[in-house]
Design a binder for this molecule. Sequence first.
Ligand SMILES: NC(=O)c1ccc[n+]([C@@H]2O[C@H](COP(=O)([O-])OP(=O)(O)OC[C@H]3O[C@@H](n4cnc5c(N)ncnc54)[C@H](O)[C@@H]3O)[C@@H](O)[C@H]2O)c1
Length: 250
Amino acid sequence: MKFEDVKKIGVVGGGVMGGGIAQVMAVGGYEVIVRDLSDEVIEATKGAMFESRWGMKRSVEVGKLSFDDCQAAMGRVSFTLDLQDLADCDMIIEAVPENLELKQKVFQELDEVIKPEAIFTSNTSGYVIEELAANVLESRKQLFAGMHFFNPVPAMKAVEIIATSQTTKETADAVTRVGEKAGKVTGQVADMPGSYGFIVNRIFGAARREAVKLVEDGIATEEEIDRMMIGGRNWPVGFFAQRGGIGQQW
Ligand SMILES: NC(=O)c1ccc[n+]([C@@H]2O[C@H](COP(=O)([O-])OP(=O)(O)OC[C@H]3O[C@@H](n4cnc5c(N)ncnc54)[C@H](O)[C@@H]3O)[C@@H](O)[C@H]2O)c1
């Protein structure tokens, strides 16, 4: 599947990340279908996509998106509970909870339903992509990559594109260009068996471990470390202020 042939994207899991991903893909010009498991989640996701702080309505209010483009993007998104409705998608972005067995099972189900030439990607925060592809057909493994967005998706610019040893260059390049069409800054990363995380979270994790050690050794307080990193490195927010925030589990 080439970049030019990707027209319809299926987002599997319409939670915090899936809703944001669906939003940026629709604004980027793609037809998007979101699959989740209950009407309640779907209603909440629709609300977040259009009404939340990072939603399309706000983008119109601050002049980042025209009213007509917002209407058009809204018209390109649909929702379903039925996996079969994704059968003709050209590309899948999986965003179900971070659980290896669940993701492997979801990809197995998708492999049986989605057309064989479609690209499969996962928004996992850090699983080895090759392991996520364990249950799909050999031919699909060439079309399988990681596509790691950051939270909140409409606001955070980066997307890491992870290629396994079997991902073709055509697939990695197509996923990269889809990310760029959705307005993102992309970086290609090699899958790394035996590790968890890609560029951003691994570097963040290393710095975070050092910050925690500085506190444990009595070298500085949390507040001092945050203040020094903001003032000395222009960080927008300190480590410790982020603790317990969105997506932070330390
Ligand atoms: N939240 C973050 O800050 C963040 C950042 C980057 C990456 N991620 C990754 O994104 C993925 C999703 O995280 P999230 O925070 O959006 O989780 P979430 O719990 O908000 O959303 C997951 C959604 O998947 C749905 N779901 C579960 N099984 C499903 C299935 N079989 N088919 C369709 N939908 C299904 C759930 O109902 C839920 O709505 C995880 O892999 C996570 O590690 C999260």
